[in-house]
Design a protein around this ligand. Structure first.
Ligand SMILES: NC(=O)C1=CN([C@@H]2O[C@H](COP(=O)(O)OP(=O)(O)OC[C@H]3O[C@@H](n4cnc5c(N)ncnc54)[C@H](OP(=O)(O)O)[C@@H]3O)[C@@H](O)[C@H]2O)C=CC1
Ligand SMILES: CCCCCC(=O)O
Length: 456
């Protein structure tokens, strides 16, 4: 796959990037491995954390430039790109301020003697990341692993090479030694070879089930730990006592943010029958207000999909859903003209034998389901191969908490969309993957939690 910047707002090629050779990969592996065996990785965390503070400051000082690069390269609305850049600085700062405490030795009271667990880096980690949050996906791996002392080799999506290169330069400028984070424009085969290499101890992937399965299988084959953050088909449950205005407002954003290209986007709207008609009317009205256009224009509220391929996939999915009996309530077509734009779309009456019922729609396509009660809502929510996030709207918090506990996902938000923050764990179950990113859980995914005991 060629690494190239194509602006999805007009599908114009901006720049092509040369791929790295096997010799480049070997040099990167050698440097990263040498760094892992150095005082920098094995020594005090205090030497590594200032890099994260500096990185956060650098990101803040260049937020507009960084945001524009992302919006041009993958079509995110400029305001949403700014928010992503800000989130990256927050993640860097969070680990700069908290990693030492996360990785401090933990005492384990035991009759056998004085016992504790230490946290040590395990070595070079291979990160494979997607285009939808071109900086955030990288920062989620860099910050905890730099703090822990694991050098990272990173393969970013081939449609966001400018973001990938810019991020790598920022990390070096922040004072990270060569080898701490190495961006590689490489192929899937080269990723497989890297994972197999004895100098690599782990693999982290965010992306599709297909890519996740290949990378995780390669890691497992070579007895390396992996973490996977894959797709989702998250529910957005609106109960009969929900604040409907709030549910509609947040529900529109939950589906249309990043043109719907978010693994934790609200994709299946499960609405109580008592409020279903009102919700659908208001939700449809909100979709009619959407302004499709250039993501760099502040007045635009729906930008393009990330590529022509992404739009082609979504178009096929919508057509197939309707062919199999779904009602096209609103939208449903690619937007004529330049760019990879797709109309905000609402599908209703999707039966369980419709392929759309189990599919993730990675774009501005909302599926509406109507249920009679809470049990039906939970049953429908859990009737999915995925288990990433989810949202429950109800004014009765106890009722919402009860439902949240029953929904089989890694995350559930009450009276809000599935969001993310440095201090909160992120990840899922079932075909949405395994492992957690961010928070104290994320930093421990690739550390050796070593027991030490002084026997009485
Ligand atoms: N969980 C999430 O946040 C995301 C999930 N997705 C899911 O993935 C679907 C497709 O999006 P897409 O970007 O194509 O996702 P992919 O899984 O194809 O790409 C994600 C990353 O994996 C790489 N990759 C793909 N195949 C392999 C392989 N065999 N070995 C090593 N690396 C590989 C890609 O490289 P390259 O770009 O060169 O192909 C990219 O860097 C979406 O519909 C959505 O379901 C997508 C984005 C984010
Ligand atoms: C704001 C939510 C971030 C989700 C990142 C993802 O799609 O994997």
């Amino acid at each position: 796959m060629a690494y190239q910047t194509v602006n999805p707002a007009n599908n114009k090629l901006i720049k092509e990037y040369a791929s790295h050779t096997d010799a480049d990969v070997e040099a990167a592996l050698k440097t990263a491995d040498a760094l892992y065996h150095s005082e920098w990785a094995k020594g005090s965390i205090d030497k590594r954390l200032p890099v994260l503070h500096k990185l956060a400051d650098l990101i803040d000082s260049r937020s507009e430039e960084l945001a524009k690069i992302a919006s041009v390269e993958m079509g995110k609305l400029i305001e949403q790109s700014r928010a992503e850049v800000k989130l990256c600085a927050q993640i860097a700062r969070y680990y700069a301020d908290n990693a030492k405490q996360h990785l401090a030795p933990v005492k384990y009271p035991s009759e056998l003697g004085e016992a504790w667990v230490e946290h040590h880096p395990i070595g070079v980690v291979m990160a494979v990341e997607p285009w939808n949050f071109p900086y955030y996906q990288l920062m989620r791996v860099l910050a905890p692993n730099l703090a822990a002392g694991n050098p990272v080799l990173a393969k970013h999506a081939s449609i966001v090479p400018h973001c990938a290169e810019t991020f790598a330069h920022l990390v070096r400028e922040a004072g990270a030694p060569e080898g701490a984070w190495t961006n590689l424009f490489i192929s899937s085969d080269q990723v497989a070879k890297i994972i197999a290499d004895d100098r690599v101890q782990g693999a982290a992937l965010t992306g599709s089930e297909k890519a996740g399965s290949v990378v995780a299988a390669q890691a497992a084959k070579h007895l390396k730990k992996s973490t996977l953050e894959l797709g989702g088909n998250d529910v957005f449950v609106v109960l009969d006592d929900a604040d409907l205005e709030k549910a509609v407002k947040i529900g529109v954003n939950a589906r249309l943010a990043n043109a719907g290209q978010v693994c934790t986007a609200a994709k299946r709207f499960i609405v109580h029958e008592k409020v279903a008609e009102q919700f659908l009317t208001k939700y449809t009205e909100a979709f009619k207000q959407v302004k499709i256009g250039d993501p760099l224009d502040a007045s635009t509220t729906l930008g393009p999909l990330s590529s022509k391929d992404a739009r082609e996939t979504l178009t096929k999915q919508v057509n197939e859903a309707v062919k199999n009996g779904a009602t096209l309530h609103y939208g449903g077509k690619p937007v004529a003209g330049e760019g990879s734009f797709f109309e905000p779309t609402i599908l209703t009456h999707i039966s369980r034998d419709n392929p759309a019922y189990f599919e993730e729609f990675f774009g501005p396509v909302a599926q509406i389901y109507v249920v009679k009660n809470d049990d039906e809502a939970v049953k429908l929510a859990n009737d999915s191969h995925y288990g990433l996030g989810g949202a429950v709207f109800s004014k009765d918090i106890e009722r919402a908490k009860k439902m949240a506990s029953k929904i089989e996902t890694g995350m559930v938000w009450i009276n809000w969309l599935t969001d993310t923050a440095a201090e909160l764990p992120f990840g899922g179950v079932k075909r949405s993957g395994y492992g957690r990113e961010l928070s104290d859980l994320g930093i421990k995914e690739f550390v050796n939690q070593k027991l030490v005991v002084i026997r009485r």
